[in-house]
Ligand binder design. Sequence first.
Ligand code: FES
Ligand SMILES: [Fe+2]
Length: 415
Amino acid sequence: MLSPKENDLLTRVGPRTPMGEMMRRYWLPAMLTEEIPAPDCPPVRVRLLGEDLVAFRDTQGQVGLLDERCAHRGTSLFFGRNEECGLRCVYHGWKYDVNGNVVDTPAEPAGSDFKSKVRHTAYPCREIAGMIFTYMGAAERCPVFPRYEWFDLPTGNLFPVKSYLECNYLQGIEGDFDSSHTSFLHNNNLQDTERLKRDGAPRLEAESTAYGMRAVSIRKAGAERIYVRTSPYILPSFSIVPGPPTAKFEEDDIRGFRFWVPIDDTTTWLYILNMRRKPFSDDERHALRSWIAPDYRRVRNAGNNYLQDRDRQRTASYTGIDAVNPAEQDGCATETMGAICDRSREHLGYSDLTIIALRKMLLRALSDVAEGKDPPHVIRAAHDSDFSRLRSVKGILPAGTDWRQVMAGKGPNDG
Ligand code: FES
Ligand SMILES: [Fe+2]
């Protein structure tokens, strides 16, 4: 449980809030490439950390992310004309380039240099893995982009999707750091009565790492063996979750790198960057996003009670919510806690050990920022940026073995 003040500290992300300040120290996903697919295509509204922005792709293919309100008198640039390397406001024709320079003010007298005196808010963007990342903090503190596993993968082996979550980001990502819920919420086979006996109450550990934290769960796998899963929490709000125990760590295994990005205090984008060692086919891409509607809302959402089927809940699955992606069941669990969960009313038990550790780590990171320091995983040098071996690791070990054996042969930023 947290005090109301601590809960506010961890969940409020607008400008000039402590967590908002911390989130603005990292590169964050702003949108998918598919949303502005071609030069001079229509601009798109982007709301991020409580700020209203507009994204556009200019004639040369460069991406701009601007304050939505025109610097002149505030008309929305969403309605602007995207033409000849700039976005032009429909009210009096002011035109902006991707860097926020005002390049034309056609309603001013000829020869006026008024435009050189105005600078519009524009955040730098980088396009990687079919996603557009932005950095919203002070220019002089812009960090090096971490090289995660997907950084150098061919685009055919990557498939990012995003879906809308109607609650605060922290509820979302706490689910990724909560191994014990998987035995219940994601139990899609009630006939497997052994399952809860086997793994309903795992032993848990959490440890600090250079990138944030690692959660560890250790379950019995028969009398002689244990099943170990490790899940990284990557600052500021990213994660990798293990796949089902049956998935091979081979060619066919699809891994997902997850980004929980606050739209504002009460809504969130979940980006899942699917990746694999071999390319995805069109059919596979279609299946991987079949649970998301064209407007990026989930097909199963709060408005339709997640299409819960009570018959199936009695006979087939723990929730009665069929899921192509477990995130559909997670959505029910996390959105129904309320727009911002009141963590002063919780009753935390042993199964919440990793969540408690995570919140402490985030509060410590906020203190770092308040003291003028970089929080963890803000990278300043290229030689510190290699996180290409960071994974969610899982494995079966003989009972009595130290769980760290599952990471054997890996470096400090791996696994
Ligand atoms: S308000 Fe945009 S040009 Fe006047
Ligand atoms: Fe889950």
